[in-house]
Design a protein around this ligand. Structure first.
Ligand code: SF4
Length: 296
């Protein structure tokens, strides 16, 4: 892992593209992602961004943005005013192109200092998006932030399987992420489980029942429509679809997501989101002719 340190002038990036209806800003405490070599990195849309990778292998580099908190404090007043005027609210998604709580966060503390800065100047809405049980280390700050702004913790759990043959293991075990979700939920934080990308689930009723016990909602995001290409062609060029199909041939089709959404809705009625709508907190109705296939 190549670790470098970089300075970013404006840590608050005005959202565009698929994030535009989710938030007013995204915030990346790091550039690159140490989890890129693990399971989630296989289907990660960021690995296809030459602007981020600059030709380097995804998962092989990490740029530490040591001054992220200072940048936040220097720009928050201007960006909050712009967001409320142009987007209706100041909503931050942390993070869309990196893991905010990689193991390196224990050493560098960049995300933690950003959360501390938010205690001084909170956004209207904070969405913390993570693939790691390490988020539990920030529980104290998240509880304090919850009193100051709307806060959702999006914890990704893509499947109930700890391993998918032919693919690397997840950086954070499924059981550890469920335990983290359960603890955050027990503390009263709003937890959303993002099944992103959706991978073959061994026992869908048990999986969604467990999610219903520790989260306020679930989001299903298939690689088709979720990898930044219109038809999933980016992911089809990786080993991920082959490994998925070996376990569950139907899982590489969008119809699998629809079928899982129907199972999820039995356990979380009115609290199932699909792709970008789900990330934005827009959920399908509980009953009656819902159309799940929203991207085709
Ligand atoms: S944690 Fe997020 S940014 Fe990092 S590799 Fe996984 S999906 Fe990509």
């Amino acid at each position: 892992m190549e670790i470098t340190h970089g300075v970013v002038a404006n840590i608050l990036t005005r959202s565009s593209g698929f994030l535009r209806t989710v938030c007013s800003h995204s915030l990346q405490p790091y550039r690159g992602c140490p989890l890129g070599s693990s399971l989630c990195g296989q289907g990660c849309y960021v690995r296809h961004s030459p602007w981020v990778t600059r030709g380097r292998a995804w998962g092989s580099f990490l740029e530490v943005r040591d001054q992220a908190a200072e940048s936040y404090l220097a720009t928050v007043a201007r960006e909050r005013a712009w967001a409320r005027r142009a987007r209706g609210s100041f909503a931050i998604f942390m993070a869309s192109a990196t893991e905010p709580f990689p193991a390196a966060e224990r050493r560098f503390g960049v995300s933690r200092r950003v959360l501390e800065a938010m205690l001084e100047h909170p956004p209207d809405l904070l969405i913390v998006q993570t693939h790691s049980a390490e988020v539990l280390r920030q529980q104290d700050l998240l509880l304090r932030l919850r009193a100051l702004c709307r806060l959702r913790v999006h914890l990704s759990i893509e499947t109930d399987r700890e391993r998918l043959p032919g693919l690397p293991p997840p950086a954070s075990p499924v059981r550890a992420r469920f335990a983290a979700a359960e603890e955050l939920h027990r503390q009263g934080l709003e937890v959303v489980i993002t099944v992103s990308p959706l991978l073959p689930i061994a026992d869908p009723p048990a999986f969604f029942a467990r999610i219903a016990g520790c989260a306020s909602a679930v989001v299903l995001d298939h690689f088709i429509g979720g990898d930044g290409s219109p038809d999933g062609r980016r992911t089809r060029a990786t080993p991920l679809p082959g490994a998925m199909a070996a376990l569950e041939p139907e899982s590489v089709k969008l119809a699998y997501r629809d079928r899982m959404a129907e199972v999820a809705a039995r356990f979380l009625p009115g609290r199932v989101g699909i792709s970008v709508d789900g990330f934005a907190g827009r959920y399908l109705g509980a009953t009656g002719g819902t159309r799940y296939r929203d991207e085709t």
